[in-house]
Write a protein that binds this ligand. Structure first.
Ligand code: ATP
Ligand code: MG
Ligand code: MG
Ligand code: MG
Length: 497
């Protein structure tokens, strides 16, 4: 069976909303340059923030687009899920339609339903919708208007109440806010669905019962005293995960089994001489149980991360030791580490994926296609430099083997810390290699050393070395500019010209 193509499914969304009077706009760059609160665009709404805040008038009353989004830092950070689950990515496309003081709940709901069931032909009884149940502590009423609107389209057992966390959106402590309605899809087999109704699995992290679309109804303004007033104009902000939509329309069980990821996955598998089996641990917290799971995770991580890396570089953010550049460097190194330790890739190879990705995306995001050699070179330089670090660490580990055996088979915390601190060799990789050698690592001892060093000095170098912790904006040092940024980046900038 041939899979629906990404370009067709994306275009259907844009054409549908164009037919409903929406102006189609291109995606904003994923890298944010002028907002101290945000490093990367993390939702379709972000580029339109000023319109909702009333800082600028919206150029059109109705807009639709696909927006490149990144969720690897700050409020939304999905990095640790990526590779382990099958539906969270670092970079993804958010399809969205907006009303700026124009249509409201009735039309948004009608069109969402029409698009999903008539254009994409998703089965109605696989869809679940949610509405805001109200919040007593906060005095906000339940959104019964939305609940009643959905009754025209589906049955009560598929219309579920949701709490403030999932069903009430606020821009910040103050500002525009309002209830939302989410649409979820149950992609399980008939038997599984008969055994347990999907409604019990909505918002329960089940990999085949997933949220696909969020429709936010901006109705209120939150004031500094926490009270709500009705906005003079009501607006709609929606976001649908394109890769999840692709999974639904393709009738597959993972975003990675769609046309969005398959070309990359096939290329990676061929390049490393392995098969991709599509296996995943039962939950994100489970360690891979089999060798196939382990290599599949690594393949997914790489297929995911290359998109983030390539598009952020194409949008003007080079890997570096500061802020957004630092986040990208860490993601790139995360991909190198998986390639190195799970797929046995000791030579640079991520950069080879760029033309495959650029070719796939050139119709919708030409910015990558226009800069392939430059983006490749940036990535390859980074790979070379980090692989050197990894090799040095490996040599050190070999040299340490004997003394560790004499120490009861344990690499002591001080040594593990030195590997990380001086050689940039991450603890989890030390542990992994130790395991392969039949050794263990004193991780508590490592933590103690780390604490001690933190107490001694909180310098940027230290953050640079702890490569595999979750990255937040506040983690990123903003003072230290390493030699590699000065030299390699300057060199690379010359390639760009
Ligand atoms: P989830 O609960 O699955 O993490 P969310 O509630 O955080 O999703 P929203 O902020 O409502 O997501 O974003 C709108 C849509 O974007 C979601 O309905 C989903 O389809 C998609 N989406 C959100 N996060 C991701 C991600 N990390 N990767 C791919 N798609 C995503
Ligand atoms: Mg989320
Ligand atoms: Mg959610
Ligand atoms: Mg949501």
């Amino acid at each position: 069976m041939s899979l629906p193509t990404a370009s067709t499914v994306r275009q259907q969304f844009l054409d549908f909303f164009a037919s409903k009077g929406h102006h189609i706009v291109p995606s904003a760059p994923i890298v944010v340059k002028d907002d101290p609160t945000l490093l990367f665009i993390n939702s379709g709404m972000a580029p339109f923030k000023d319109y909702f805040l009333g800082n600028k008038p919206a150029p059109y009353k109705r807009i639709a687009d696909t927006q490149k989004c990144l969720r690897v830092s700050g409020k939304h950070n999905d990095l640790e899920e990526v590779g382990y689950d099958t539906y969270h990515h670092t970079m993804f496309e958010m399809l969205g339609n907006w009303s700026f003081g124009d249509y409201f709940k009735k039309d948004a709901i009608a069109w969402a339903w029409e698009l999903l069931t008539e254009v994409y032909k998703l089965e109605k009884d696989r869809l679940y919708v949610t509405y805001f149940e109200g919040d007593q502590a906060d005095g906000t009423a339940a959104d019964t208007e939305t609940q009643n609107l959905w009754r025209q389209y589906t049955t009560d057992d598929r219309i579920l109440p949701g709490n403030k966390k999932d069903n009430f959106w606020e821009m910040g402590d103050t500002g525009p806010c309002g209830p939302c309605t989410e649409i979820h899809i149950d992609l399980r087999s008939e038997d599984e669905r008969a055994a347990k109704p999907g409604r019990a699995l909505v918002n329960a992290d089940h990999p085949q019962v997933v949220e696909i679309w969020n429709n936010v109804f901006m109705e209120f303004q939150r004031l500094a005293d926490k009270s709500l007033i009705k906005l003079p104009e009501q607006s709609v902000d929606t976001g649908m995960g394109f890769e999840r939509l692709m999974m639904a329309v393709s009738g597959v069980k993972s975003n990675y089994d769609t046309d969005v990821f398959q070309p990359l996955i096939q290329f990676i598998a061929k390049e490393v001489g392995l098969e991709y089996h599509g296996t995943a641990p039962a939950t994100v917290n489970d360690q891979p149980a089999t060798e196939n799971e382990k290599t599949d995770i690594a393949i997914r991580v790489i297929a995911d991360h290359i998109r983030t890396i390539a598009f952020t570089i194409a949008d003007g953010q080079l890997p570096s030791n500061v802020k957004a550049g630092y986040v990208i460097r860490r993601i790139l190194r995360r991909a190198v580490r998986y390639a190195f330790s799970s797929l046995n890739q000791k030579q640079p190879f991520l950069y080879k994926l760029v033309p495959v990705l650029a070719d796939q995306m050139k119709g919708i995001f030409p910015e990558l296609h226009q800069q392939v050699p430059f983006v490749q070179r940036v990535i390859e330089e980074e790979e070379i430099s980090f692989l050197k670090t990894l090799e040095t660490g490996l040599r050190r580990l070999d040299a340490l083997e004997e003394s560790a055996r004499a120490n009861g088979g344990v690499i002591d915390g001080k040594t593990a810390f030195e590997l990380s601190d001086t050689f940039g060799f991450p603890l989890d990789l030390t542990a992994l290699i130790a395991r392969e050698k039949g050794l263990t690592v004193d991780e508590n001892g490592f933590k103690k050393e780390l604490e001690q060093q933190k107490n001694r000095s909180r310098n940027a170098q230290e953050t640079e070395q702890s490569d595999w912790v979750t990255v937040t904006e506040t983690d990123a040092p903003n003072v230290f500019v390493g030699y590699d940024q000065d030299e390699a980046t300057a060199r690379l900038l010359r390639y760009r010209k």
